[in-house]
Design a protein around this ligand. Sequence first.
Ligand SMILES: Nc1ncnc2c1ncn2[C@@H]1O[C@H](COP(=O)(O)OP(=O)(O)O)[C@@H](O)[C@H]1O
Ligand SMILES: [Mg+2]
Length: 260
Amino acid sequence: MAEILRLENLVVRFGGKAGVNAVDDISLSIGRGETLALVGESGCGKSTLARAMMRVQKVASGSIVFDGEDITHLSERALRPIRRRMQMIFQDPFASLDPLVSIGNSILEPRRAFSLPAGDDELDELMTTVGLAAEYRTRKPGRLSGGQRQRVGIARALSVEPELVVADEPVSSLDVSMQAQILNLLKRSSRTRGIALLFISHDLRAVRFLADRVAVMEKGKIVETGTTEEILDHARHPFTQRLIAAMPQINSERTLPAQS
Ligand SMILES: Nc1ncnc2c1ncn2[C@@H]1O[C@H](COP(=O)(O)OP(=O)(O)O)[C@@H](O)[C@H]1O
Ligand SMILES: [Mg+2]
């Protein structure tokens, strides 16, 4: 499979010389159209890794290669076109939306920022894709539920036709039935558009449902990678085995308990 993103020996350090490596010599690749899950305990460095690969977190050493181009040290100006091609979906959709901007303008804003056509047709298509009724276009985010706000976040990310989307715990602030709907939406939209997805989660059921491959992170390092079946059903590393043992409810079916 052709790679969309490759990390080589990436290191992110907090606290200078006496500090710690939050990302500690990580090498990882994501194929075009592939969904890679990144799992690990809270604080192990998942968000820091995601921010580093998006070039919003300074790296100490190593490299980030996007579609064959080393982007590790590109200037902000040179990064512009790459920024369109890799998008992020955040855990807290409320914090990432401007409370004063209507849903319609919020969804179209990334397209405008990249000088792409941003009219009614584009908005209708995006709102339909993420399952938001047309009447929401004039509303402010404060009048939406958490799930609806996350749909807006997904529409914003999809709006600029990215090739890679990083979703950092995109459903952990939502209730269980809403989680299933949003995971379905992520799966459907990434598959139909051929988007590579880095799905960060500590919910192994969601990982089973979405991911082609899984990378397991512990204290800044990737300890194991493999296909979803290899990792969830035949984990080799003791840390992965402990993670799975802590979630006994994961079964072998690629469905979600609360799927609607
Ligand atoms: N801006 C920062 N400055 C200093 N330490 C940080 C910063 N961001 C994260 N960390 C630390 O880096 C480690 C990894 O954090 P994080 O990437 O948020 O983990 P995760 O997303 O897996 O929960 C934690 O110990 C956290 O406290
Ligand atoms: Mg995190």
